[in-house]
Design a protein around this ligand. Structure first.
Ligand code: GLN
Length: 493
């Protein structure tokens, strides 16, 4: 059962072959066996999960279930979930029990999903390796001496070894796609504004977007259909009705596509800038083989340029810290979260609370952000970075005039060793060089497993689509997964 897809689980639940309570117990047991090793979950609460599962079973018995009723799901610990500890990977929120549900949690609860637990993550989603978490690093289930990627590394390390059927994640620069690539699962970050950020703890609000980490494009489509849609509580959430992304999943790309060439008519752009210096040969080999598979399915390949993409990392590391420095000013020890035990006066309390409550990477971002926003530097850094952001979006606009989807590597290397980049922030930041451009432009992106490199570590294929083309991306990815079996491989932990 733990190997079944979400739609298979859904069918089994509806047919009464298994109950949600049994399924939830099974996954909780599997989490228990491994969590001491992988550290993927910050919180599990069997009692709460099983109560939800029993309610789902009653709903199914009344024939009132939806296709997600009874499905266990893990949530990144950045989503506020009522009565659940919601830590965001930080000491600052290590004691914070949320009094309300994030929009995403509300949607999944309403559909009848069961919360399996809250997953570990880089502190305030700042990181690419899950090593900045206050709760300790997460291990890669394929090789426990390696990182799972970040910041949604806990969700990735829950889904890859079948400890959760799907999980939620969030993405500011690479946090869904990069850990998905490094653990061999499918991850999608939709168009900015497609999923409400209400109740999702803010890192960089103009970049943050919730998404899904799953075993296949089909599962991702099912989950995303539930998450996406308008929400008046987030003013940047687009006023567009939810879509059923599963409806077009199996359709040929163009109406005249044949069943052996379902992607006939699809034009895939390969950005020259994403196949140059810094890309590990083993990653390039797997990615090129995947592109060849897309050609077999009928797609045609065009070379494209994203000339400003090398500027994306420096621009991101001005914009994201700027927004973070503002967003994180709310953590001051006054209303909730950590408060320093000893202090002389109010100012001293702020200082000590923030000095003790935040980790080193978060402090680095707050310092950079405060600096680039300060008088005299604002024009030189922040405005300049916003201009680059615009140029990057224009590069994509031009590219999408000659292709439908853009493909390449998700990450320059396979999973690296724990500690290998922890003391070199620039090396760490370069992990997201291929994923950050889509965030700066607000475009949807996904990573799908496409092979293995040295040490049997997974490689991810990166796919970026035009605004609101999630259905098309998932359709292309699903045809690829029908023809290949990379997404069915699980680590033998
Ligand atoms: N690794 C990037 C960072 O540290 C992206 C993280 C994210 O997407 N949340 O900012």
């Amino acid at each position: 059962m733990h190997n079944a897809t979400v739609s298979e689980l859904s069918a089994a639940l509806t047919a009464g072959k298994i109950s949600s309570a049994e399924l939830t117990k099974l996954f909780l047991e599997r989490i228990g066996q491994l969590n001491g090793v992988l550290n993927a979950f910050v919180t599990v609460d069997a009692e709460k999960s099983l109560a939800q599962a029993r309610a789902a079973d009653e709903r199914i018995a009344r024939h009132e279930g939806s296709r997600l009723t009874g499905i266990p799901i893990a949530h990144k610990d950045i989503f506020c979930a009522r009565d659940w500890l919601t830590t965001c990977g930080s000491k600052m929120l290590a004691n914070f029990v949320s009094p309300y549900d994030a929009h995403v949690i509300e949607r999944f609860n309403a559909a009848g999903c069961v919360i399996l637990g809250k997953t570990n993550m880089d502190e305030f989603a700042m990181g690419s390796s899950n090593e900045t978490s206050y709760f300790g690093p997460v291990k890669n289930p394929w090789d426990q001496t390696c990182v799972p990627g970040g910041s949604s590394g806990g969700s990735a390390a829950a889904v890859a070894p079948r400890r959760a059927p799907p999980a939620t994640g969030t993405h500011t620069g690479g946090s869904i796609r990069q850990p998905a690539a490094l653990t061999g699962i499918t991850g999608i970050k939709p168009t900015y504004g497609r999923v409400s950020r209400y109740g999702m703890i803010a890192f960089a609000s103009s970049l943050d977007q919730g998404g899904v980490m799953a075993r296949s494009a089909e599962d991702a489509a099912l989950l995303l259909s539930e998450m996406a849609g308008a929400d008046a509580r987030d003013s940047t959430c687009v006023d567009m009705a939810a879509e059923d992304y599963t409806r077009t999943l199996r359709q040929p790309w163009t109406p005249d596509g044949s069943s052996d060439r379902p992607l006939q008519g699809l034009r895939i752009g390969l950005p020259r800038e994403h196949f140059g210096e810094g890309l590990a040969p083993e990653v390039e080999v797997a990615v090129r083989a995947a592109v060849a598979e897309f050609e077999k399915l009928g797609a045609s390949i065009v070379d494209i340029n994203l000339p400003n993409s090398p500027l994306s990392v420096p621009a991101y590391y001005v914009i994201a810290p700027a927004e973070a420095s503002s967003n994180l000013s709310r953590f001051d020890g006054v209303r909730y979260g950590y408060r320093a035990p000893d202090y002389a006066d109010l100012l001293d309390m702020y200082r000590k609370t923030r000095a003790q409550g935040f980790g080193a990477e978060v402090k680095r971002r707050i310092l950079i952000g405060t600096y680039v926003l300060s008088h005299g530097y604002y024009d030189a850094y922040y405005l300049q970075a916003q201009r680059i952001r615009r140029l990057i979006a224009q590069d994509f606009d031009a590219a999408f005039k000659c292709c439908d989807l853009i493909a390449g590597p998700t990450s320059p290397t396979v999973a690296f060793k724990l500690g290998a980049k922890a003391s070199d922030p620039v090396q760490m930041y370069l992990n997201d060089i291929y994923t950050i451009p889509a965030n700066l432009a607000g475009l949807p992106g996904m990573s799908i497993p496409c092979g293995f490199g040295s040490g049997g570590l997974p490689v991810g294929l990166h796919v970026v689509g035009n605004y609101y083309s999630e259905a098309r991306m998932l359709c292309a990815a699903s045809h690829f997964q029908q023809a290949t079996d990379w997404h069915t491989k699980a680590p033998g932990v």
